[in-house]
Write a protein that binds this ligand. Sequence first.
Ligand code: SF4
Ligand code: SF4
Ligand code: SF4
Length: 246
Amino acid sequence: MEKPRIAFFDFASCEGCQLQVINLEEDLLKVLDAVDVVSFREATKDHSDDYDIAFIEGSITRRSDEPRLKGIRSNAKVLVSLGSCATLGGINCLKNFQPEAYVRKFVYGDKAHQYETYPARPIKAVVPVDLEIPGCPINRQEFATVVKDLLLGKKPEIPNYPVCVECKMAENICAYERDLACMGPVTRGGCKACCVTEGSFCWGCRGLVDDPNADSQREILAKHGLSVQDVLGKFRLYTGFSEVAK
Ligand code: SF4
Ligand code: SF4
Ligand code: SF4
């Protein structure tokens, strides 16, 4: 039986999500056994436009990115966004809150006029996306599970409960009890609240749960005199493109 052909592409990103795929090590070998990787710039020089599943890392930051992305979309049966840059616009959207001339000058100096740029946006703002794997970077085990599900024809399940759920299961002391703000009540879980477990707080890298305003975990915010909008206003690191965060 012919193996599914998969391809990886990157737009504006640090390539850390693709690195997570390479870091799968033994699990990567199992994935590679089940598929043909026809394009993966971080791992091989080979390239083909004949693929079934396209994984896309990075956000769209230039008008000239759009035809390339649309070409990938038209070649792929399934298109998957990888990581917060691709799914949310992510950290690249920080520039959207600054005047474009300032951003150009800051990054490109006296060569600013030579470089094209426009407000950063996620993949789904330009083409339809079939599935999103969140995180900065992605969780490599979640990636492996998603690939396995796709190969089995199953719909992958990405959690839609807040980070607080896993944080409480990990028996962490809440960041709010430590006088820190935390995005956990409104952020999609699935990371086992690793940042809080390591002594920090949630920065919101997995994006918002589907309806943060209806989320029962907002009671944590209320207890500390905050609303969903208050916490969204404190954190723009990953959610700057989101309507609800504006
Ligand atoms: S989501 Fe994070 S790790 Fe992945 S490409 Fe963007 S900045 Fe890098
Ligand atoms: S608000 Fe943050 S620290 Fe507190 S329970 Fe939720 S995820 Fe954990
Ligand atoms: S705790 Fe928050 S910032 Fe850390 S990995 Fe999970 S979603 Fe991302």
